[in-house]
Ligand binder design. Structure first.
Ligand code: SRM
Ligand code: SF4
Length: 572
């Protein structure tokens, strides 16, 4: 298959500014290296801000300090396919966050790390040292394929390991090829934008204009849906038969981002399109990406994700288009079923006999906070026991490949730093997520990461009052409707509308295969517990057996209010 055969559809409307930028500077170099080297310049230009994203970097300002004038800081996101790091690699992240960031590491909802609060003169050294340690941030942001997710639990079987290797291979195959990244961050050299070869640069896969928008890929291994696979542009669902990984169901067109007041933007669950063998994986991934490249909307960034192509042209068209590009037919999807999302907590043993430990990380933030010194503990553990570090899509961490004889000593190190291994957090905390929002995210409308822990304490109290103590409910919060902590899949989702104001979504399910729905358009922070108290009281009285909150909402609340409730799950 030739990935660049079909050029982009020629749009009839005006291209967005981002498209013009990519066409003008297809190497994505901008003037980044020159600005970086100029100590007199406080920040990057608006155009370079866009190019920086392709390098895994966001220009931000500390929103807590805006009254005193903008204080620029940078967020840097790693490319860590499947979220797996060696202990030496983890130690590099830990050191760089300490030396150049705000002393914390943020596990993201796509199994990566973010540094926050990096100042301008720290950017260069941080990026160089990360690359020297054989890690990178290429395409962690921007209109390209983002960090590829894979089931985080350590290789319980060789098949899980194979899925991880496939995820890494897809991440590599879908990387943009511009030399600008290396030139800026490793060599410290500004590319000559006037040189003919730079002007004429065409990426072999992405073409000259890259994608109309971000593209996201994830692998899941049923029955666990711990990557929220159906929320991705491209999802692979592993199919095992007779102890062999025979291939993957290919799902396409998932995505969550929406905007308040714009009904044309909405969350969407991916369609399961067909089945492919492991040998067909790379070609299939490239082909899906090129459908987005060629059919995505380049005139409106709010309408540019692959999900809108799927919604408007339909899965039948999509499959035919894919097959035409591939030159072969996809098999029909194989049956599969998801039972659960979420992480494993505490000690367990992998198939190869090694031990692993799942650790709850509150809102994904690895830090030292008073008596709870998770960051210091993980550093000691990395240095002394060299486990593998696995970041989970629910913003937690798994320490893997541990000698069983080291279990007690690791438990002791954690205890010495105030971190328990048993009963790490309540069921609702373990199943919760919150996006960063304030003070770093420029798009945040309401608090999220900083508010969620206190809110969960309040909800724990309501669960006790309503006789539901210990009940697991998936609760997710974001500071705006973009959906970064995937609130539209939660049993209870909070979506920021303005300071102290949230939309309340209800009705996701345990396996994260069903979208929830808007219950209240505005709930003030002071009203949230009252609102939940009345819902949870009804749920406690009306639930059937062990029925989950989201399923009760679907069965009772939505049947009361929405007579023709659509079934959103895409499970074959
Ligand atoms: Fe996100 C933008 C943080 C996962 C949908 N996201 C942002 C930015 C970069 C804000 C910005 O553009 O200025 C946020 C940086 C905040 C900060 O200070 O760190 C941000 N997104 C995050 C992370 C860190 C949230 C987290 O709690 O971990 C996640 C990083 C993942 C990674 O490692 O790559 C993150 N973002 C997601 C997800 C969930 C997922 O991918 O599984 C989504 C919803 C799924 C989807 O893409 O549809 C998501 N982020 C968005 C959107 C909406 C895109 C859209 O289609 O409209 C934006 C806004 C945009 O792109 O313009 C956005
Ligand atoms: Fe920022 Fe909105 Fe994403 Fe939260 S959901 S990190 S507020 S863009």
């Amino acid at each position: 298959m030739s990935a660049v055969e079909a050029g982009p559809v020629v749009p009839t409307k005006k291209l967005t500014r981002n498209e013009e930028l990519k066409i003008a500077v297809p190497t994505l170099a901008g003037n980044i290296a020159a600005t970086l080297a100029d100590a007199a310049v406080a920040c990057f230009s608006a155009d370079d801000e866009q190019f920086l994203k392709f390098h895994g970097i966001y220009q931000q300002d500390d929103r807590d300090k805006r009254k005193a004038g903008k204080q620029y800081i940078w967020m840097i996101r790693g490319r860590i396919p499947g979220g797996v790091l060696s202990a030496p690699q983890y130690l590099v992240y830990d050191r760089l966050a300490t030396e150049f960031g705000n002393q914390t590491l943020r596990i993201t909802s796509r199994q990566s790390f973010q540094f926050h609060g990096v100042v301008k003169n720290g950017l260069g050294p941080l990026m160089k040292q990360l690359n020297e340690a054989m890690m990178d941030t290429v395409a962690a942001c921007g209109d390209v394929n983002r960090n590829v997710m894979a089931p985080p639990a350590p290789a319980r079987t060789a098949l899980h390991q194979q899925v991880l290797e496939d995820a890494k291979a897809v991440s590599l195959a879908l990387m943009p090829r511009t030399s600008a990244y290396h030139s800026i961050w490793v060599d410290g050299v500004q590319l000559n934008l006037d040189a003919q070869e730079n002007k004429d640069f065409v990426d072999p896969l992405y073409g000259r204009q890259y994608l109309p928008r971000k593209f996201k890929t994830a692998f899941a291994f049923p029955p666990l849906n711990d990557v929220d696979v159906l929320t991705n542009c491209l999802g692979y669902i592993a199919i095992e038969e007779g102890g062999r990984l025979i291939g993957y169901n290919l799902a396409a067109g998932g995505g969550l981002g929406r905007s308040h007041g714009n009904e044309e933007t909405y969350p969407r669950i991916a369609d399961v399109i067909g089945f492919i063998t492991p040998e067909q994986l790379i070609d299939a991934s490239r082909a899906v990406l090129t459908v987005h490249r060629d059919f995505g909307d380049r005139t409106n960034r709010k309408h540019a994700r692959l999900k809108y192509v799927l919604e408007e042209k339909g899965p039948v068209w999509f499959r035919a288009e894919l097959e035409a590009r591939l030159g072969w037919k996809l098999a029909d999807p194989k049956p599969f079923s998801f039972e659960k999302q979420g992480d494993h907590f505490g000690w367990d043993t992998a198939a190869d006999g090694s031990a692993f430990l799942g650790l709850y990380v509150e809102t994904g933030r690895i830090k030292d906070n008073g008596a709870l010194r998770l960051k210091a503990a993980l550093k000691v553990i990395a240095e002394r026991f060299a486990p593998e570090f696995r970041l989970t899509p629910s913003q937690n961490i798994i320490l893997a490949n541990i000698r069983p004889g080291d279990r007690a000593a690791i438990t002791q190190v954690l205890a010495d730093h105030g971190i328990p291994v048993d009963n790490q957090a309540s069921a609702i905390r373990r199943a919760s997520m919150a996006c960063p929002s304030m003070p770093t995210c420029g798009l945040g409308l309401a608090e999220s990461e900083r508010y969620m822990p206190a809110l969960l304490t309040g909800i724990e109290g309501v669960l006790v009052e309503t006789g539901l103590a210990g009940q697991e409910i998936i609760i997710r919060m974001t500071g705006c409707p973009n959906g970064c902590a995937r609130p539209y899949m939660a049993e209870i989702g909070f979506v920021g509308k303005g300071p102290g104001r949230y939309q309340l979504y209800l009705g996701g399910n345990e396996s994260c295969t069903r979208l929830n729905r808007l219950h209240k358009d505005v709930v003030r922070d002071g009203e949230i517990l009252g609102e939940l108290r009345s819902l949870l009281t009804r749920y406690a009285a009306e639930r059937i057996g062990a029925e989950r909150f989201g399923d009760w909402v679907e069965r009772v609340v939505w049947k009361e209010t929405v007579p023709t409730a659509p079934a959103a799950a895409a499970v074959a």
